[in-house]
Design a protein around this ligand. Structure first.
Ligand code: HEC
Length: 371
């Protein structure tokens, strides 16, 4: 259903039922537990002219300002990353990223890297925080959304404007997150009615709250578009990829060295928009094709494929200070790389293997590159 269509539907719905329900905060009974749940915000949905809310222009700035400070990193609470639409769509997980008592490694869950679709994330234990049923009524979209219930709780039980925050909301390194699924919400809301979002911080403003609620009610869609590169930008990006994908042994070893060092970098092309950043990745596909990233935990792990290509992918998540390691690529870096590597006279007779004993030791792997 398109937004306009949905809006008209909402208007008719409002005219028919809205007036009856307006202002009455009757609790609805949850089907799973029989517990009473607060009703949804009809008064927001039934605004005389509810506008169609844009994810990129209205919702994303609120998430960036109020949520990504906690929900922006790999170890975000409940692994819920709100730094991009894809993270929000992926949803949450009860597995913790860091667990000092864990004896065996677990599969990593890096957004954009370790799974490529919503379906794949569901198979890795992530559950939705939005309404994922086929129903499209605004009531379903709100009632069945963990996201909505978490912000509604805070709205219903606002943060006191003076005095210390409640003890269980204060800083605590050992806090166990509950991470309720939709089914567990009634119990959670009853037990922890002051744990609404943003957690332990001042409430969203009325306007921010209203925007999020309308957007959720309208089906929580994205209107985000991929960045269109200007011709000169595309040319420059291609030139860097060409440099890193030369076939002679010496260039291949240099590329591997550069890649392993830039594994965590946010690369900034000096001629591009200053707020745009890229990651250097190993891909199954060469330049000119969509990047198919080879997901490995460490940069020196075997890529497990015959041919690999070094490619740049745009970092589309909100930038947060914790993991923002900037490396600039431009004429100056090119000059430096040339003098350090490409113009140096050295021979590479054979490429080192990805055998872990060899690959994990850079002194052995890159021994052919002069100090
Ligand atoms: C100060 C840090 C902090 C901020 C800011 C914050 N959150 Fe949270 N969030 C948490 C914590 C901690 C939890 C886990 C609570 C629990 O389950 O015990 C959580 C859990 C959630 C969950 C539930 C996930 C699940 O698995 O059930 C949602 C949804 C959520 N947050 C949304 C938001 C939104 C939307 C914002 C911004 C408006 C926000 N959060 C801001 C700390 C924060």
């Amino acid at each position: 259903m398109s937004h306009n269509c949905l809006l008209n539907f909402l208007r008719v719905l409002f005219l028919t039922f809205g007036l009856l329900m307006l202002g009455c905060q009757t609790p609805s009974i949850d089907l799973f537990s029989g517990k009473k749940m607060p009703d949804v915000d009809h008064e927001i949905i039934s605004l005389p002219a509810p506008r169609s809310v844009s994810f990129s222009k209205e919702v994303r700035p609120i998430l960036n300002n109020r949520c990504v400070v906690c929900h922006g990193c790999y170890d975000a609470p409940c692994q819920l990353k709100l730094s991009s639409y894809e993270g929000l769509e992926r949803g949450a997980s009860k597995s913790v990223v860091y667990d000092g008592a864990r004896l065996n490694p677990v599969e990593p869950t890096r957004l954009f890297v370790d799974a490529k679709s919503k379906k794949e994330w569901r198979s890795k234990g992530f559950y939705s925080v939005l309404n994922e049923s086929s129903h499209e009524s605004y009531r379903d979209n709100l009632e069945k959304s963990v996201f909505y219930r978490m912000i509604q709780m805070k709205q219903r039980q606002p943060q006191p404007r003076t005095g210390a925050v409640a003890k269980e909301l204060g800083p605590n390194l050992n806090r166990q997150n509950y991470c309720p699924t939709q089914e567990e919400l009634p119990h959670f809301m009853e037990q922890h009615s002051n744990w609404g979002m943003p957690f332990g911080l001042p409430n969203l403003t009325e306007r921010e709250y209203e925007t999020l609620v309308l957007w959720l009610a309208q089906g929580a869609q994205t209107d985000q578009k991929a960045t269109l590169l200007k011709k000169a930008e595309r040319k420059s990006l291609n030139a860097w990829e060409q440099l890193l994908n030369q076939k002679d042994l010496k260039s291949q070893l240099i590329s591997r060295y550069l890649y392993e060092h830039l594994f965590l970098a946010h690369i900034q092309f000096v001629q591009f928009d200053k707020r745009r950043f890229y990651r250097l990745v190993r891909s199954r596909t060469p330049s000119g094709n969509p990047v198919d990233e080879i997901a490995t935990v460490r940069p020196y792990d075997s890529p497990g494929v015959g041919a690999l290509y070094y490619r740049f992918v745009e970092e589309s998540s909100a930038i947060v200070a914790k993991n923002h390691l900037v490396y600039k690529l431009g004429p100056q870096t090119y000059k430096r790389w040339k003098s350090l590597f490409y113009d140096k006279d050295f021979q590479v007779t054979a490429l080192p293997s990805y055998d872990v004993d060899q690959a994990s030791n850079p002194f052995r792997t890159f021994t052919q590159i002069p100090a």
